[in-house]
Design a binder for this molecule. Structure first.
Ligand code: PLP
Length: 465
């Protein structure tokens, strides 16, 4: 059966209609954003917040579990969950209590608390790596491991995969253009960095390109998600991650797995699930339950190499040599450690992941059924509690595949359409995340709106192929 095409002009008209409806029904949010223009560079405390497709972000009144209420009086099912920062669900009582109790005992001291030992044990149990450090964001954790990788290998370059996102990490602001040349991502400013000197980019799932890039022996580390989640969702082909590990080891390159998003796959991320053995692992966002936390873990072998340069414990020299060039004043604070303990002990537990994955799996199956019934050339990819709709019939294998599938108007339309009907989706692409508080009724609502959306789209924008 032929798949349907969508007419670009009709899509733009539908988007304008949905944006007008959103503006009309959200005067207070619109006014809050207008007021924000007086004081914030991009109208809101973070420039990312201006990216919502309605033209302005919702102003939030409160959020609890998987629901968000805006100041205009609407409640929505939240599948955005703070772009993963709220994967625990909003205002989880265990986190609220632990954080409030720690605030009451002292938030940040430049001294550890006894919670640190419990958290260290649990991180090692889940992810397998023996040594850990705290930062205040996943971005910072990535920067820290890149720095360590350079210190111990003496090499300058960082290799990333085309379509990656690892936070505000200079070396990862690169992509491949249509001719396969390395370019700055989305025209991002070069920031006085010679990216040709510090970065290499290869397509995901391309073993030959990876081998060729590593053979020169000038790459300090590969920084990779074990399942790409920031440019659509791109699954590794069978054997790709094993090859990545083999080739990095063979060439003396360190392997960093950034599990900030793929933590959605289960209690120990993909590393724990598949017993992977990276040299470093990074996790952030959800692990702090709303308190800003990044974590990096490393192997015993890497730690030994680091200690050769900066001794582990040596009170006589610690004063001169302690400056590692990363880490912040509030990194590893008592507040962060208490929050992570609450998250790992009471919220993102194995039973919680089982519930989240079951709901996300069912949501993916039902979404695919709706899409197929309307003969739309779209696919849905799911990993644990995360899923994504992409406007291409077959799941992409790399960044170039995903780039070809992009339709900015359709993507914006989908976001505003769902927002106008009580459902929030991550604004940057069509990604949904399920949290422990998400219910079947919440997922039913999504499927109901998707059915309406597809039917309306086919009626107003559909062209027989
Ligand atoms: C895989 C990955 N790593 C790192 C980051 C950076 O996280 P943060 O912005 O919290 O520093 C992100 C953010 O989206 C991410 O997706």
């Amino acid at each position: 059966m032929a798949l349907r095409k969508l007419d670009a002009q009709a899509l733009s008209a539908a988007l304008a209609r949905e944006q007008a409806r959103f503006a009309e029904t959200h005067p207070r949010s619109r006014a809050a954003f207008a007021a924000g223009q007086q004081h914030y560079l991009y109208g809101a405390p973070s420039h990312w917040m201006r990216r919502w497709a309605g033209g302005f972000p919702l102003a939030v009144k409160s959020a609890r579990g998987a629901r968000v209420q805006c100041v205009d009086g609407f409640e929505r099912v939240d599948f955005c969950l703070g772009d993963t920062g709220a994967m625990c669900g909003h205002a989880h009582p265990a986190i609220t209590q632990a954080v409030a109790a720690q605030l009451d005992r002292g938030a940040t001291l430049m001294l550890p608390t006894e919670d640190a030992a419990w958290v260290g044990d649990e991180l090692t149990r889940r992810f397998g790596l023996p040594y850990w450090g705290f930062t205040t964001s996943a971005t910072d954790a990535n920067r820290a491991v890149i720095r360590i990788a350079r210190m111990i290998t003496g090499r300058a370059k960082v290799l990333v995969f085309d379509g990656c996102y690892h936070g505000a990490v200079e070396e990862a602001h690169v992509a491949l253009d249509a001719e396969g040349r390395v370019v700055l991502r989305n025209g991002i400013h070069a920031n006085a960095t010679d990216h040709a000197r510090v970065s290499k980019v290869v397509p995901f799932n391309d073993v030959a390109a990876l081998r060729a890039a590593l053979e020169a022996g000038d790459v300090a580390c590969v920084l990779a998600e074990p399942f790409m989640t920031n440019f659509g969702m791109i699954e590794p082909l069978p054997g790709f991650i094993a090859e990545l590990r083999r080739l990095t080891s063979e060439t003396g390159t360190l392997l960093v797995l950034d599990e900030t998003h793929t933590f959605s796959s289960g209690p120990g991320g993909i590393t724990g699930r598949d017993q992977l053995q990276p040299d470093f692992l990074v996790v952030g966002k959800a692990v702090g339950g709303g308190v800003p936390v990044g974590l990096y873990g490393t192997s015993a072998a890497v730690a030994e190499r680091l200690w050769q340069q900066v001794p582990k414990v040596n009170p006589a020299t610690v004063r001169q040599s302690a400056h590692l060039g990363f880490g912040g004043t509030l990194a590893g604070s008592a507040l962060q450690v208490a929050a992570v303990r609450a998250v790992l002990a009471q919220v993102l537990t194995a039973p919680a992941f089982a519930h989240m994955t079951r709901l996300a799996e069912a949501l993916a199956v039902r979404s695919r059924e709706v899409i197929a019934a309307h003969r739309l050339p779209w696919c849905v990819v799911q990993l644990g509690s995360r899923l994504e709709t992409m406007f291409v019939a077959d799941p992409p294998r790399n960044g170039a595949d995903f780039r070809r599938s992009r339709d900015d108007t359709l993507e914006a339309l989908l976001h505003v359409y769902f927002m106008n009907r009580g459902v929030l989706i991550t604004p940057f692409h069509c990604m949904l995340l399920v949290c422990p508080a998400t219910t079947e009724a919440d997922t039913d609502r999504y499927v109901e709106v998707l059915r309406e959306f597809c039917a309306e789209l086919c009626a107003s924008c559909g062209v027989e192929a």
